[in-house]
Design a protein around this ligand. Structure first.
Ligand SMILES: Nc1ncnc2c1ncn2[C@@H]1O[C@H](COP(=O)(O)OP(=O)(O)O)[C@@H](O)[C@H]1O
Ligand SMILES: [Mg+2]
Length: 224
């Protein structure tokens, strides 16, 4: 691997850009948390790395685009993966669409993206992949004028589970993230849910759980 350039410093990991046998790659390196007991910290970090790699592979095997994993090193807590080139986060994409046009026009323009996200989440959930941290920063769009190339990333909190409750919570996390990050995004989230249920006819129990979790959330805010 070539020398690395730091591109992002998150709460859990540093991201570097580098090359791996001539291919542009991203190195995600999880760092030590000094407030945690060292061996507990190491085992949590290893768990995150293993969950991430497993879900990246499993998603891809089921037809959801994710970066190819080049190598994993538990000693240095690194995952080296394909860099999704010429991509923007869905977060930045939505913001640029909303900035450049009227609310009505941006709703129309974002509709296909909402449908694509819904279809993609339906595939993940039908294969029992619960992402665990669905936000618009954890989805990339690779530029391609003919297609919406959605690439899912950041699976460190994912798990493999066939429970409607976990899938409902996954959708709830995304709903909260979207409504709090993007103004006037109710219709965008409705589009996601609509396409999710259409692509996943057995999802009525997941939507029922989503409603349940929403109610709980509301009660919590009312109590204070
Ligand atoms: N494979 C990749 N190709 C291109 N950009 C990436 C890739 N992986 C991560 N990124 C960029 O780095 C950011 C942080 O990566 P992420 O895996 O979400 O880590 P974190 O846990 O810090 O959120 C992403 O929002 C995205 O902008
Ligand atoms: Mg992230």
């Amino acid at each position: 691997m070539s020398s690395k350039t730091l591109i992002k410093q998150g709460a859990e990991a540093k991201l570097y850009s580098a090359t791996f046998h001539g291919r542009p790659c991203i190195v995600k390196e999880r760092f030590k948390k000094s407030y945690r007991h060292p061996s507990l910290d190491q085992s949590l970090t290893n768990q995150r790395i293993k969950s991430e790699v497993r879900a990246l592979l499993r998603s891809r095997m089921n037809g959801v685009r994710t970066p190819t994993v080049y190598f994993v090193d538990l000693e240095t807590s690194q995952i080296c993966m394909e860099e999704i080139r010429d991509s923007v986060t869905v977060r930045d994409y939505i913001m640029s669409v909303q900035k450049s046009q009227s609310l009505e026009d941006s709703i129309v323009q974002l509709k296909p993206l909402g449908r694509k996200i819904g279809e993609t989440l339906a595939v993940l959930h039908q294969n029992n992949i619960v992402h665990g941290d669905l936000t618009t920063s954890n989805m990339l769009l690779q530029s391609d004028p003919m297609n919406l190339n959605l690439v899912m990333i950041d699976f460190g909190l994912s798990h493999f589970e066939n429970l409607a409750e976990d899938k409902g919570v996954d959708l709830y996390v995304l709903e909260r993230a979207i409504l709090s990050t993007h103004p006037n995004s109710d219709e965008f989230f409705s589009e996601i849910l609509d396409s999710y249920t259409q692509s996943n006819p057995g999802s009525a129990d997941v939507i029922a759980k989503l409603d349940e979790v929403r109610m709980r959330g509301r009660k919590r805010t009312m109590v204070g």
